[in-house]
Ligand binder design. Structure first.
Ligand code: GRF
Length: 236
């Protein structure tokens, strides 16, 4: 008797640009380390390189240009429809450079993750690396968090630290943080799809226990050890 096929958990990824985080998620999926399947990638920028990455990986790649809609509400309404057609268990924002309407956030509350290039709550918003350098911080990094109506303000799930070294340029720091993003995002997605990570009562929980405010955190040294000497393929 052939066993019943196991229903895959479904992921929709939203992007606006290069999609190097998307590439890391695709890579994890190809090694059965994602806990589910990316069923569609949607970009508000038709020229986003990430759409090409999706297409090459055999994933449905959808361009939904925001410029064709007269308001943010109209665009988000259309986006909800496209997303729902794919019946996702999880929506993953991977460099989706749009402010989301409350209606959109409410629709997917508790099943939408974002990655942000700072150790939240530090440096919400844009230009995080330049701001960290200007402040002369010793430690910077990235965070995966649940999306709520507060921009970059939802409960943090997982962070990776990155030491800021003497002479680091904005570009160098961005590279180091990006490598960490590619490390932690697939892990957080897998936790969610396996049912270990949940959003409940405005908090993130892991295996039924509330996570601390900064989520779980990978130290600089642990991140370096994980990254090893391998070049960061997803960044290419
Ligand atoms: C990343 O730095 C991510 O933290 C931020 O947008 C950037 C997306 O990069 N939200 P990529 O398109 O995945 O390369």
């Amino acid at each position: 008797m052939t066993p019943e096929p196991v229903e895959q958990r479904r992921v929709v990824v939203l992007i606006s640009g290069s999609g190097s985080n998307l590439a890391a998620l695709i890579e994890a999926q190809s090694h059965d380390r994602l806990g589910g399947e990316i069923v569609a990638v949607i970009s508000n920028e038709p020229a986003a390189f990430g759409l090409k990455r999706a297409h090459e990986a055999g994933i449905e790649a959808v361009a939904l240009p925001h410029r064709e809609y007269e308001s943010r509400e109209a665009y988000d309404g259309a986006l909800i429809k496209v997303i729902e057609r794919h019946e996702p268990d999880l929506i993953v924002l991977a460099g989706f450079m749009r402010i989301l309407t409350p209606r959109f956030v409410q629709r997917f509350m508790g099943r939408m993750l974002n990655i942000h290039p700072s150790l939240l709550p530090a440096y919400q918003g844009l230009h995080t690396h330049a701001r960290a350098l200007a402040d002369g911080v010793d430690v910077h990094g990235c965070s995966v968090h649940f999306v709520t109506e507060e921009l970059d303000g939802g409960p943090v799930v997982l962070q990776a630290e990155c030491r800021v070294e003497q002479g680091d340029s904005e570009e160098r720091l961005k590279e180091k943080v990006h490598a960490r993003e590619h490390l932690i995002y697939p892990i957080a997605v897998q936790w969610f799809l396996e049912g270990r990570l949940k959003y409940a009562a405005e908090r993130a929980t892991m295996d039924g226990h509330p996570l601390p405010a900064h989520g779980m955190r990978l130290s600089h040294d642990d991140a370096e050890a994980e990254l090893g000497d391998e070049s960061d393929e997803a960044d290419q």
